[in-house]
Design a protein around this ligand. Structure first.
Ligand code: ADP
Ligand code: ASP
Ligand code: MG
Length: 437
């Protein structure tokens, strides 16, 4: 069985939804995961912000604008009056629900309910569209099987059990549709897998059912060797290993959700990134065997990084010091991305700053603490194993005109990371691209 995920642009208009049938083979057994229509989740975030700040008029205005868009959308999507009435009933139901929050106390729980509406609408619209065309499909409610625990980690055994049960109950169907991004949390409330989370949904489903392949259909012909939004002349990469793809996704390649490679890697399910606008293009195949020896594969950048330097003479010749520092971050459930050490200081980076004041206070017990915000990690991925040479100097040479705050090399065989100020990111990405490709 295959899992096919279509992102926001791929379902971004009635024309695009209709074009999905040029790609999907309805008679094949498959699960299709859909994102919300492009722009919807951003609009729902804005509506939630308006509710959160008590600005009901602004919320009503934004809801009205989004509703008008969907009204046009359904009038273009459905050919029959019955189809249109179904679509109309659907959007009226979801928009009434969104509007109803104007009379609620607005907390993060309500916000997550609002954010879930985009995927609930897109999947049902697609299902109604197929029904209108006489194609049988079955909606699998993601809220019935996609679950995360107290640490926001997916519960893969639960997902597998529930999903297999649902598939068994509908064994007379081949074509299943489900919502990306949305899930339930440990309290049973509606939650989500963070922005861009539909990729993660697809990978989790692929892992849970042992799919033959997960296909991520998007608006570009695969993973490129640099960020195409910033650098001209980037090129798609035909094959990547799970490790390489995981590093790129984690360190900022927006095309994949940061965690989306891990489930597929763990259960060895190949992931193909494909272009809905150009379905014949090869795209990128991510698999166990995808690495290519002896070359730089791709460059990615992750913004919003904060660097912390702890300077302590107590570190000199002491053991257990690093453990005590790491325990502070563990207590506040704050992941560390990069780390470098000297004899008397340690520098590390985080991207979650919710508990930074508390962390800083505890770190001050060890010595002096310096904090630098607005940093970017640039991650160069390639084959940098122990028998290769020269790559570190080429990378550093490419950024010799830019101040670099941290360098990490040798943590894995396929990653050289640099930390620099975000204002220098574009220049660093371009210069690295010119020197390395
Ligand atoms: P979707 O809505 O299909 O999930 P996204 O917008 O999340 O699509 O991801 C696709 C976009 O990611 C591309 O349009 C491109 O601008 C951006 N992108 C950033 N880095 C890369 C990269 N290394 N390779 C390809 N695309 C990238
Ligand atoms: N709709 C969600 C978002 O915009 C999830 C996704 O598109 O993957 O973040
Ligand atoms: Mg995405």
């Amino acid at each position: 069985m295959k899992v096919l995920k279509f992102g926001g642009t791929s379902v971004g208009s009635a024309t695009r939804i209709k074009a999905l049938l040029d790609i999907i083979q309805p008679q094949e057994r498959q699960i299709v995961v859909l994102s919300a229509v492009a722009g919807t989740t951003n609009a729902l975030v804005e509506i939630s912000q308006a509710f959160g700040s008590g600005d009901k008029d602004k919320a009503a205005e934004l809801i009205g604008l989004l509703y008008d868009k969907y009204n046009v959308f359904i009038s273009e999507l459905f050919a029959t009056d019955e189809g249109y009435q179904n679509g109309r009933g659907l959007i009226d139901y979801h928009f009434n629900l969104i509007e109803s929050f104007s009379s609620h106390l607005f907390t993060p729980t309500e916000e997550k309910i609002i954010l879930a509406q985009g995927e609930l609408i897109s999947t049902t619209l697609f299902h109604f569209h197929l029904t209108e065309l006489g194609i049988r499909s079955k909606l699998l409610p993601a809220l019935d099987f996609m679950k995360i625990d107290e640490d926001n980690e997916p519960k893969i055994d639960f997902i597998r059990g529930q999903l297999n049960e649902l598939l068994l109950q509908s064994s007379d169907h081949n074509f299943f549709i489900t919502q990306g991004y949305i899930c339930r949390n440990a309290f049973g409330e509606i939650d989500n897998l963070r922005r861009g989370g539909s990729d993660y949904t697809a990978s989790l489903i692929g892992a849970a059912i042992g799919a033959d392949e997960v296909q991520i259909w998007t608006d570009i012909d695969g993973m490129h060797n640099n960020d195409p939004r910033v650098v001209k002349g980037t090129a798609p990469i035909a094959n990547l290993s799970f490790d390489e793809a995981a590093e790129l996704a984690y360190f900022g390649a927006k095309i994949l959700h940061p965690q989306s490679v891990f489930p597929a890697q763990r259960y060895n399910v190949p992931v193909r990134i494909l272009n809905t606008m150009e379905p014949k293009a090869h795209g990128t195949l991510i698999s166990k065997a995808g690495a290519t020896k002896g070359i730089v594969r791709s460059i990615a950048a992750k913004d919003g990084i904060t660097a912390i330097r702890i300077h302590s003479s107590r570190m000199l010749l002491a053991y257990g010091f690093l453990r005590r520092v790491f325990e502070v971050f563990e207590r506040y459930k704050t992941p560390i991305d990069m780390i470098t050490t000297s004899e008397v200081a340690i520098s590390l980076t985080i991207d979650e700053t919710k508990y930074l004041p508390e962390i800083e206070k505890e770190l001050l017990d060890f010595g002096s603490v310096e904090i630098d915000r607005d940093q970017t990690i640039i991650c160069v991925v390639g084959d940098f194993g122990p028998d290769t040479h020269g790559y570190a100097s080429r990378v550093l040479d490419a950024v010799k005109h830019i101040p670099v705050r941290m360098i990490s090399y040798g943590g894995s065989n396929y990653n050289i990371s640099l930390l620099l100020q975000t204002e220098n990111k574009v220049e660093a990405l371009r210069s690295l691209h010119n020197r390395l490709f």
